[in-house]
Design a protein around this ligand. Structure first.
Ligand code: FAD
Length: 397
């Protein structure tokens, strides 16, 4: 006999778990929510992330979502008393040349208008914060001292514990194999462990969101892009905080990590880059090691920007997938199939936007609250564009 639920969430990364957590805070007692995760919690992009939460974004919607996430995290911290340890190391956006400097300065007013504590740094100020940095070609930087990072695994599992305590069923090792649709309405899912009937199903499957969309005969305008990280130990012990620092020109970034390590990476959100399609299953099984091209990029950037770190010892490297949309904003809310919602395409910012997404989606499910974010971030914004978007079509089992 099929299990019956009110809501099924597909995916146990930060996004799916945030939705479960927020539903758990507000749902009526007998409202049944089941989260399905095919592997273990955080086994997708969430555990590969570097956990940075920063307010130096370039659109109002991103800034507001992240502010809301921070509030949600603070509330979780108080409720769970799990000490999520937000490490307030600050965020520095480096720029080169007049054009980048103008863009960054223009953004300061947008960010300040949204209540963000952000300052402009000249090179001499920058050197006081990161003395190891080569600033000869740098035109300045924007600095948000209150930004920082936390452990994405801890954040997600803290939310999952609270969700379970509130009666949400979190089923790991349970793979959704089909989404059941009848007369343009979702009816439930078929899993490797049986059928679950539900009037609401949420696609929070991160890099697998396109595969889930295909189950209802549709597509998602998302592209999977490799995100690679090296963790190194500098020969000379670090005596002061190394903020998260992002070079606007190259996407090179670094930040301190606990245990005296430095994380080095590259932010790449190029939706239109000419790279072949990636199968996330194949990917996570075989391609988890950083490649030579990435290592060469990092060596070059360290030589240019942080020469005193170039004799650092390599401790570890890993690779994850970013699920990127054409405008680098997530896709949230209803689709053409009634009751089938999506929350995906976080374009490298799912840790910082996941908690707010949980609030938005749970409010919509429980009260039908028409959030303006659901309007702005709707999948409909890509209809009629050239991103290969197919309408959802009926497919029943
Ligand atoms: C190197 C790197 C660094 C990053 N750094 C940051 C950062 O500093 N800050 C930030 O905000 N973001 C960062 N990100 C992005 C962030 O990791 C993602 O945006 C976020 O983890 C997405 O979460 P998710 O829940 O959507 O997806 P995921 O964490 O991938 O979760 C999706 C889950 O769905 C499950 N699933 C898939 N198919 C099925 C199925 N059929 N049935 C059941 N379960 C299924 C998967 O197993 C997976 O666990 C980074 C990403 C990378 C790769």
């Amino acid at each position: 006999m099929a299990m019956i639920a009110d809501v099924v969430i597909i995916g146990g990364g930060i996004v799916g778990v945030s939705i479960a957590y927020c539903l758990g805070l507000k749902k009526p007692r007998k409202f049944r929510v089941v989260l399905l995760e095919k592997e273990a919690l955080c086994s997708g992009s969430t555990s590969k992330s570097v956990g940075v939460i920063y307010l130096q974004h370039f659109t109002r919607v991103e800034i507001e979502l992240i502010q809301w996430s921070l509030e949600t995290i603070r509330h979780l911290d108080e409720r769970s008393q799990m000490r999520l340890d937000f490490n307030k190391i600050g965020f520095i956006h480096l720029c080169h040349g007049n054009e980048e400097a103008d863009r960054l300065r223009q953004n300061l007013s947008l960010q300040k208008g949204a209540g963000v504590q952000v300052h402009w740094l000249e090179c001499q100020d920058l050197l006081k914060i990161i003395p190891q940095l080569t600033v000869s070609d740098v035109s300045g930087a924007a600095f948000t001292p209150d930004d920082g990072y936390l452990d994405p695994y801890l954040l997600t599992t803290a939310m999952a514990k609270q969700a379970r305590d509130a009666g949400i069923e979190v089923e790991v090792g349970t793979e959704v194999e089909a989404v059941i649709v009848e007369r343009e309405r979702v009816r439930g899912v078929m899993t490797n462990k049986g059928k679950i009937e539900a009037p609401t199903v949420i696609n929070a499957a991160g890099p697998w969101a396109g595969i889930i969309a295909k189950m209802v005969g549709s597509t998602m305008p998302i592209k999977l892009i490799r995100g690679q990280i090296l963790a190194v130990r500098p020969k000379t012990r670090l005596t002061r905080v190394v903020p998260m620092t992002l070079d606007m020109s190259t996407g090179f970034y670094f930040r301190e990590e606990t245990g005296g390590l430095i994380l080095l990476g590259k932010l790449d959100k190029a939706f239109d880059a000419d790279s072949g399609p990636i199968d996330p299953d194949d990917y996570y099984e075989y391609k988890e090691k950083p490649d030579d091209a990435f290592k060469d990029f990092i060596i070059k950037r360290v030589n240019e920007k942080l020469p005193s770190f170039n004799d650092s010892q390599l401790v570890q490297g890993w690779v994850g997938l970013r699920t990127v949309t054409p405008d680098c904003l997530p896709i949230l809310g209803e689709t053409e199939v009634k009751g089938f919602l999506c929350a995906t395409g976080f374009s490298g910012a799912g840790i910082q936007m996941g908690p707010a997404t949980g609030q938005i989606i749970s409010d919509f499910i429980l009260d039908g609250t028409p959030s303006p974010y659901l309007e702005i971030l709707s999948r409909r914004r890509f209809l009629g564009t050239n991103h290969g978007l197919l309408p959802f079509t009926e497919k029943s089992l």
